[in-house]
Design a binder for this molecule. Sequence first.
Ligand SMILES: Nc1ncnc2c1ncn2[C@@H]1O[C@H](COP(=O)(O)OP(=O)(O)OP(=O)(O)O)[C@@H](O)[C@H]1O
Length: 364
Amino acid sequence: MGIEVVVEGLTKSFGRQVIWRDVSLTLPAGEVSVMLGPSGTGKTVFLKSLIGLLKPEQGRVLVDGVDMVNDSDHRIYAKRKLFGLMFQDGALFGSMNLFDNIAFPLREHTRKREPEIRRIVLERMDMVGLGGEEKKLPGQISGGMRKRAGLARALVMDPQIILCDEPDSGLDPVRTAYISQLLIDLNARIDATMLIVTHNLEIAATVPDNIGMLYRRDLVGFGPREVLLTSEEPAVEQFLRGAREGPIGMSEEKDAATLAAEQAAAQRIASGEGSAYEGSLATTLRRPEIVPQLRPSPGLPHRQGAIRHAARVDELLPTLPYAAQQAIFTDRASGSAAEPRANGTNGTNGTGRTGRTDQAGGRA
Ligand SMILES: Nc1ncnc2c1ncn2[C@@H]1O[C@H](COP(=O)(O)OP(=O)(O)OP(=O)(O)O)[C@@H](O)[C@H]1O
């Protein structure tokens, strides 16, 4: 089973620029969590802080009894081996073929012999749908394949915590659906604790058990996915709708004057006095409906993390907002991600939606 990661009062700055402050959350063992947030809000900085590559000025990150912020380098280094990190671009060595790239951590950090290394590498390549591609160079494959190679490399050391930095960046929607399924299948196979950083709403809607969002240097909540997906917090709503109106602006947050003008326009539109342009602003995307969470592909085990998540949510239920409770009841009525099925099948069709036929092991 994966390991819980406890973040307490974390604050990170670069010089005078505060990236985020007083962030506290727990990544529950073996569950899948997503961290959303507009560009530049410090999601990657957050991931790097979890594994001790960046040092926040305040707070703690507790992993298996070690504080990844304040403990000695020796102790931090030992616990870092529990993590597998999937970088945005795969971070592969351009001159090495995929086999050697993926074998690299084993050759560098273990005393395993080549036949054992070969067995592990080929197994992980198969797991991410890259079987038979060992001899290809990173420059000869697609961006999606590079990501999956990066994921295979993150898996060779048997990590118990997997951090994925924007697994969707640069991928088309179909490849993004495949990588979403791959991440859920991976969680079903190895029960690792997972944190995925993304702005992708499809991933946020279909993959995680828990969602948080970083915005304006704060964590805007973190908890069961239904809480954030039904949140009425303006920044969350705007983000989920992918709309221009709202507190999130082009570069960072909008200034107060722009926000006030938008709110005045919204009131004029509501009273029927708005201009045509203002009316067009109001027709931007609607907030997406909550869709069922992805389930493992047929033949894979049930996600133990989803089962534990459901038990946790049961305890939390009375404390959750009404809309989140309703969303949870609806999801469960449709057959929740944790519910075992006699034939081990998914119950949805691999996308978390109805009417599509994506299969596990598909090519991103
Ligand atoms: N080593 C560093 N030194 C100084 N500033 C940094 C460093 N690393 C990141 N930053 C700054 O921290 C802020 C957050 O960066 P980060 O890459 O974490 O954002 P992000 O939310 O992951 O963005 P995106 O979604 O666009 O990838 C940015 O303003 C960035 O310039």
